[in-house]
Ligand binder design. Structure first.
Ligand SMILES: [Zn+2]
Length: 483
């Protein structure tokens, strides 16, 4: 059956001239190709999966009309997209719909010819789709490995990588020193700072004809979510919760991260850097999962503000800490030029380091905090940021509270109906401590103790997908004494 599937082509869509719509359309073809199947001699059929609806809603685009276009023996699909969020989604099914077993051909093995990246799929060109649907789907579930930067890759935006790489990809680049510096980018698809920094850094070395001072292992993570401008797609796990040590139920993506760690264990690493943006007003800071002088030196090379945390589990820096000094970098808001500049400077500095010292970091060079709790909104609670109405109305001022030591009594929001405390608060051991830090008084949610929040954001999707915030305290009181 596979060989009889016509190669779809992308069709320009006049009603959606906007690049974000184009990215979504490209993503649709890329990600859901396996849902397309010929039903009769006349053509093919497809349906919009629920995940596609969710992506459209996220971006306030709704496909209102689909078109089937024949060009010679090829068949294309056009989707008209309307920006109105209020308009109901009315996907028009072309021909008849016959879903196909999507998992039948999935494989975690690396196909022999997978090293060559597939050409980018664009909406406006009549370029044919590069692979058969089943090959594409299995590629998304397997780690791809390259020993060079494919031509043109550094010119692509994060949203365009899915078309070029097809899935999570490890790129091994030689340098004057070994072992390599491991750098991961796009663990969260909408956090583009890491990719933007790496593009700039690598283009700089290339343009000047200089060799890298140290080998690099670059891991490019959730390119599919990047294409949609999302942290992760609705059907995907969070790529920074599925590394060895994860507490989530195993998925094919867990196996990818596991194979990255195994590859790196065989190879040996100098240090590991995982690059992120965040959504609230936070300073740039580094996170460590181990209290070790080499880790703290690496962290303070980026910022004097350092956060030590043990939860959530399954993050990249926690897994890599088993192999080498490892940090997670929070580089401020996405597309902020200062965040990209700072990341480039930091990575370049790391490439030039000969070693990481084991002496203590001087106390005046570091502000070390420890996360004491993660705060989520209880899943059954409907919330919005004021003035929007909901059961729980959060203060729109929350972002300004990041990295501020807040006094007891500070209000974070109010409940418009009788509920219990609408937060779920867990300590580093995963224990519920909901009422240790918060109290519901006069309908207001107030702090019971003085704490410092981080990662507070007014992005409702992030709050739902990740958490409302972390609570932190100064290191010296709460981190276990070092052995
Ligand atoms: Zn992130």
């Amino acid at each position: 059956m596979v060989s009889s599937i016509p190669t779809p082509i992308a069709v320009p869509n006049e009603s959606a001239g906007d690049t974000q719509a184009k990215h979504l359309f490209s993503l649709f073809l890329h990600h859901h190709l396996s849902a397309i199947e010929p039903s009769d001699e006349a053509g093919l059929t497809f349906a919009f999966p629920e995940s596609w609806h969710a992506q459209c809603r996220q971006h306030e685009y709704l496909p209102t009309q689909t078109k089937q276009v024949f060009v010679g023996s090829r068949i294309g699909i056009g989707i008209e997209i309307d920006r109105s969020r209020n308009q109901r989604l009315t996907p028009q099914i072309i021909k008849t719909y016959s879903p196909r077993s999507a998992t039948a051909h999935a494989s975690t093995a690396k196909p022999p010819n997978e090293d060559k990246p597939t050409p980018m799929m664009t909406v406006s060109s009549h370029q044919s789709a590069p692979t058969q649907p089943t090959a594409r789907q299995s590629a998304c579930k397997a780690l791809r490995e390259l020993d060079h930067i494919p031509d043109g890759l550094l010119d692509l935006e994060a949203q365009e990588l899915a078309g070029a790489l097809g899935g999570p990809t490890l790129i091994l680049l030689p340098g004057q020193r070994e072992p390599a510096l491991f750098i991961s980018v796009l663990m969260h698809g909408n956090e583009t700072v890491g990719w933007d920094a790496m593009r700039r850094l690598l283009l700089g070395y290339r343009e000047q004809g200089r060799a890298l001072p140290r080998a690099i292992c670059l891991f490019i993570g959730n390119v599919e979510a990047a294409a949609a401008g999302m942290r992760h797609l609705p059907q995907q796990p969070d790529y920074n919760r599925i590394w060895p040590g994860s507490e989530l139920a195993p998925t094919p993506e867990h196996a990818i991260m596991n194979s990255v760690v195994q590859r790196m264990q065989q190879r040996g690493l100098f240090a590991s850097i995982d690059l992120h943006n965040n959504t609230g007003a936070n300073p740039h800071y580094a996170c460590v999962n181990v209290i070790d002088n080499r880790f703290l030196h690496l962290a303070t090379l980026f910022s004097r503000t350092v956060v030590y945390f043990l939860r959530p589990r399954g993050v990249q820096s926690q897994a890599m800490a088993q192999l080498c000094p490892a940090v997670t970098l929070e580089c401020g808001k996405v597309h902020n030029q200062h965040g990209i500049d700072h990341a480039v400077e930091f990575i370049d500095a790391c490439l030039h380091l000969s070693h990481l010292p084991d002496q203590p970091v001087p106390a005046h060079d570091i502000d070390l905090f420890h996360t004491v709790a993660q705060v989520k909104i209880a899943p059954q609670i409907d919330f919005r940021f004021a003035p929007n109405q909901a059961t729980l109305m959060l203060s729109p001022e929350l972002e300004r509270m990041n990295f501020r030591e807040l006094p007891a009594g500070t209000a974070l929001g109010r409940c418009t109906e009788r509920t219990g405390l609408p937060f779920e608060v867990k300590d580093e051991g995963g224990r519920h401590i909901d009422s240790k830090y918060f109290i519901l008084e006069d309908g207001e949610i107030r702090l019971r103790l003085p704490v410092m929040p981080a990662m507070l954001t007014c992005d409702e999707t992030i709050v739902r997908q990740d958490c409302l915030c972390y609570l932190m305290e100064r290191y010296d009181q709460h981190v276990p004494k070092r052995a």
